[in-house]
Design a protein around this ligand. Structure first.
Ligand code: SAM
Length: 338
């Protein structure tokens, strides 16, 4: 029994459409979102009163419980592999711009080139990388190997933002997607915003594109990532109000910020003192950290009372994603009181 309806929308607008449809409770959990080139098909349990911008209702018959229209069946057909090998092909992947990131079973290593070509041909990817390990280090470098295509720079479109990135060198987590959509939904008009761990503007560029801040001052310590941050600023026409500094955020010279983004996970609390020197009463701090699963109550108390000396009020706490088998990526919004 296929879903009641399906919404067809561009890959770039998927995020905000899913966000809107989730709020309406209309997404059918029994089916996967189907991807075809630049488009996605979202299975629905009903017809929305108002369609998300750029969306159109299409025939839902192509969905089946296992997603018969899902690209994985086309990929299996395209790959010259044994049935056993085909059964091991992953039905999940990350698409960053025109680059595909895949996790492959060890037994497929000798066939990875053929497999990369099959995925690239069906999904319209220019490059295919095999994920060989976890994102790591202070600069959060991906651990991937190119198995098909030319590699290099690509532009990832998401929710109206163009991120210029080399996915072999810079992380881009689809699991942080809802957080980026949330940043885009904030009213930051006229604000002075500091982004202390900018990356390529993962969290601050949505504000630059969807709001009208007075100034965004971003610090990114890694020169390579900073180079792509500059490209992303330019790609989104934000040059006049987005300052991208290649520096340690401890060296930022700012005061009276309206909003401070601390999108980092490795002991971010060490920078809270610095964030407070850049604040004023009413500043909102978006604080992220890796937190032991089940420890978020203790975490929020520790951060608010010990690291902020009670100078803040916790206004929201949310789990962004699972981070390891025993920890989560948590985010907390703090309001500075004095
Ligand atoms: N904030 C983005 C997000 O939430 O998606 C990017 C997160 S990325 C994991 C963290 C970035 O902070 C990396 O690009 C890293 O190079 C940078 N970084 C680490 N320590 C820093 C510091 N002391 N000052 C400025 N940037 C730093």
């Amino acid at each position: 029994m296929p879903p009641v309806a399906a919404l067809r929308i561009s890959r770039e607008r998927r995020g905000s459409a899913v966000h809107q449809l989730k709020r309406m409770g209309l997404i059918d959990p029994g089916f996967r979102i189907a991807e075809e080139g630049e488009w996605v098909m979202i299975p629905l349990t009903g017809v929305p009163d108002a369609l998300p911008p750029g969306g159109e209702l299409v025939d839902a018959a192509q969905f089946s419980k296992r997603g018969a229209g899902m690209p994985i069946s086309s990929i299996r057909k395209a790959a010259a592999l044994t049935d056993m090998e085909k059964s091991l092909l992953p039905s999940k992947w990350e698409m960053i711009g025109k680059a595909l990131l895949l996790k492959l079973d060890e037994s497929l290593t000798s066939r990875e080139g053929e497999i990369g070509r099959a995925y690239a041909s069906v999904l319209g990817a220019d490059s295919v990388y095999r994920v060989t390990g976890r994102i790591g280090g202070r600069n959060r470098r991906p651990s991937v190997r190119l198995i098909c295509g030319s590699g290099g720079e690509t532009i990832h479109h998401e929710n109206g933002v163009d991120y210029v990135i080399d996915p072999a060198k810079i992380m881009f987590s689809s699991a942080n997607h809802d957080e980026r959509i949330r940043m885009a939904s904030l009213d930051c008009n006229g604000e002075l915003v500091a982004d202390m761990f900018a990356g390529i503007g993962h969290l601050s560029m949505p504000i630059a594109v969807h709001s009208s801040p007075r100034l965004i001052a971003a610090a990114e310590i890694d020169p390579l990532t900073h180079a792509y941050l500059l490209k992303t600023v330019h790609a989104n026409g934000a040059d006049s109000f987005f300052q991208a500094h290649n520096m340690d955020s401890m060296d930022l010279r700012l005061e009276g910020c309206d909003r401070i983004i601390m999108g980092y996970l490795d002991g971010t609390r060490r920078w809270l003192g610095k964030a407070l020197t850049m604040s004023r009463p009413g500043t909102i701090i978006h604080f992220h950290e890796e937190v032991r699963r089940g420890g978020s109550d203790e975490w929020r108390r520790l951060i608010a009372e010990k690291y902020c000396s009670g100078r803040v009020k916790v206004i929201a706490v949310r789990r962004v994603k699972g981070f390891s088998a025993i920890s989560d990526h948590m985010a907390m919004d703090l309001e500075v009181l004095e």
